[in-house]
Design a protein. Structure first.
Length: 445
């Protein structure tokens, strides 16, 4: 058939289809070759193209309407893209049977139907056999829907109330039979243990006092395995050794509970101490770091002390508030006193730690100041040594300059004096030279 006829056929088939087979809950596995390439579900009303590719009829119709040109009679195959003009509804019967044999749940599972049937039988199951299919009420005056299994042969309206003849309670018509057989509190029932006939309303009360009912021993919580008739339970408890030891077990149980409570209390205190110790360690580390930095810069550690005090306040103000919300101790006064004592110990420890830290900081500052003073003294000594050396080097020049300035103004006045002094100074040496000369140089007078 051509594309137009195929599209018209699919539109009419979709109008007649009551159930969407693609939305069914699949129970059994199916072969991947039975899956439509377009909707990825098992084939529903499969058709075949000229290229032998198979698709669901409705899927192919939607693809043709979407991708086919208005002025063209050809359509590209969604799988191989080959153009095709005709669609064939003749597919292998084996393919259809394999798709119809896939096991699915009834589409009315939300109404309560738990049937698992082949997919090919779903339409007939819902239309004819499913007891949860909703039908209009047989009574024309009632506009409610009724499940097909609730419609009786008498075609009565099951939505009307009916008064119970025993308890005079109003019950819906379709629930009346169940109420009369199982739920009516006035109906008489027989006790399964003593075979006493009582009303359903009093059955539970009778079971609680029936002498034939088997009940566990009172020491069953302490591992007594006996289950005896209520009438004989007293004799058993008199001879049961576990019952005789019951008070001891109860005392031990109470003691264990007390120990558990004390352990919880100690765990809470331990958590508080651990948190306080962790905060103290972090505070000391931070203070040490700030002290070291202030030693290098020569500044006091006032900011570190402020941070210590703020951290100390946090340790003692946050934890008690958090703890008070989760206290399980039975004696609140004892707990508060112990908490107060622990806080006092922490304050004392913090005070000693801060005092030690201040002493260390003061000692470090003192040592640093002494080192600085020694460095300054060495520097002053070096400067004095350099100054003395410079002065020693400059003194000869200063003396030469002073002496030269004093000689120049008196050079003309003392020229004769210097000549006389020179000759007088040279006279003896000359005479000595003559006297020391060789004898051959001397001439007789």
């Amino acid at each position: 058939m051509n594309l137009q006829d195929f599209i018209a056929m699919e539109e009419s088939r979709e109008r007649d289809e009551l159930i969407d087979l693609r939305s069914l809950d699949l129970v059994s596995e199916y072969d991947s070759h039975l899956m439509c390439p377009i909707c990825h579900c098992p084939f529903v009303a499969p058709v075949r193209l000229q290229c032998d590719h198979v698709f669901c009829g409705s899927c192919l119709s939607s693809a043709i309407n979407t991708f086919r040109s208005a002025d063209s009679d050809e359509f590209p195959c969604p799988s191989c893209r080959n153009p095709t003009q005709k669609v064939s509804a003749s597919v292998p019967r084996l393919l259809i049977n394999m798709c119809d044999e896939i096991r699915v749940r009834c589409p009315l599972i939300t109404e309560g139907c738990q049937e698992i049937i082949p997919r090919g039988h779903v339409q007939s199951h819902v239309e004819k056999y499913c007891g949860y299919r909703l039908l209009p009420c047989p009574d024309n005056s009632c506009d409610q829907m009724t499940r097909s299994k609730d419609v009786g042969m008498d075609q009565k309206c099951i939505h009307k109330a009916r008064r119970c003849a025993h308890c005079e309670e109003d019950v819906l018509e379709h629930e009346y039979e169940e109420h009369e057989k199982e739920l009516c509190p006035v109906l008489e029932v027989t006790c399964a243990d003593c075979e006493t006939v009582v009303t359903r309303r009093a059955l539970q009360e009778h079971i609680e006092s029936c002498p034939e009912v088997a009940i566990p021993c009172s020491a069953s919580k302490y591992a007594c395995p006996a289950k005896i008739r209520r009438a004989d339970i007293a004799a058993h408890e008199q001879s049961c050794p576990i019952v005789a030891m019951g008070p001891y077990f109860e005392a031990q149980d109470a003691r264990l509970k007390s120990l558990e409570s004390s352990m919880r209390h100690l765990q809470q205190r331990n958590e508080i101490f651990e948190d306080g110790l962790a905060n103290l360690r972090s505070t000391l580390v931070e203070s040490t770091r700030l002290g070291a930095s202030s030693h290098g810069s020569g500044q006091p550690t006032q900011s570190g002390r402020e941070q210590q005090s703020s951290a100390r306040v946090d340790v003692h103000t946050d934890d008690p508030a958090d703890l008070s919300a989760s206290v399980f101790s039975s004696n609140a006064t004892t707990y508060l006193l112990s908490l107060h004592e622990s806080l006092r110990e922490e304050v004392s420890q913090l005070s000693h730690a801060i005092t030690d830290l201040d002493a260390r900081a003061s000692m470090a500052i003192m040592n640093e100041c002494m080192r600085i003073k020694e460095d300054i003294a060495h520097t002053n000594a070096a400067v004095n040594s350099v100054r003395m050396q410079v002065q020693w080097l400059m003194n000869p020049r200063l003396h030469q300059g002073t002496r030269g300035g004093a000689v120049r103004p008196n050079s003309t006045e003392s020229e004769g004096t210097r000549t006389t002094m020179a000759s007088s100074a040279a006279g003896p040496s000359h005479a000595a030279g003559q006297s020391l000369g060789p004898p051959s140089a001397q001439t007789p007078q």
